[in-house]
Write a protein that binds this ligand. Sequence first.
Ligand SMILES: [Ca+2]
Ligand SMILES: [Ca+2]
Length: 296
Amino acid sequence: MDRKHSKLLEMSEAIYAEPDMNKKVKFNRGEMEERIVDIYVSADTLRDGETSTKREETADTAPNNGPGDQHSVHVQWWERPSGVAAVCLGLLCVLLLAGIIGQSLQYSNVSKNSSAERDQLQTSNNNLTKERDQLQTSYNNMTKERDKLQTERDVLSGRLTNLKKTCPEGWQRFESSWYFLSTETKTWKESRQDCLERGADLVIINSREEQEFLFKLNKRVWIGLTDSDNEGTWKWVDGTPLTTWYWYYPQPDNGGAKPKNGEEDCVEIRTDQSDLSAWNDLSCAENLHWICEKVV
Ligand SMILES: [Ca+2]
Ligand SMILES: [Ca+2]
């Protein structure tokens, strides 16, 4: 740098020095232009030491190249290290920007894909939950059905066991029941008590066939039907209401206008009727045979 400065100083002194008019100075055109070039170079040197050095070298090595040399000295940007560095920096910036944009796009795509995948998984999860609930409901229904069938099976199994048993002495079987026809006569209430003690109850008639079976026994008997709780409302001994009946006309009459033994609240099957319609209401205090029924 000292060398450059001393050179500059020399040039500056040369420019501003008093012209020696006594000296016969003769500058040809080439020399004048060389001086101008030196000044330009000096200005560049102040801005860029490196370039200046280059200019000096150029000027020193080819001092008398004529007017065309100004172009070779005027350095283009690509020849300057700073220019090249700037271009490199610019390129680097462009590359970085491209990289950032690329990363952003990739991230955006990944984010979109993840979001879609998450939604898909959510939908799938919801469907599976619904399916699980349906299966659970189905399972619960099947469990209930199984329990119901098991209960039915147990009942049928018990009945089958009873059916295989032989009738106890004094009883007779009809369909799926055993019937006991008494040899004594008692009031309706006493008759029912006897049946209960035998593990049965007064007969409940559920079908025409059963009515026919009892009618053919050809015995006046109490059956398990009464309206003692509420006059005119007939109920079987198990509490079920009367739906099918076999009264003969004009029964039930509750004893008519002047009942002999008070109201008639219990029911008998008579033998003096020609068909199955053989029921009559009678005073519960009367003594009759009775029929017990045990469902097996
Ligand atoms: Ca009555
Ligand atoms: Ca009557």
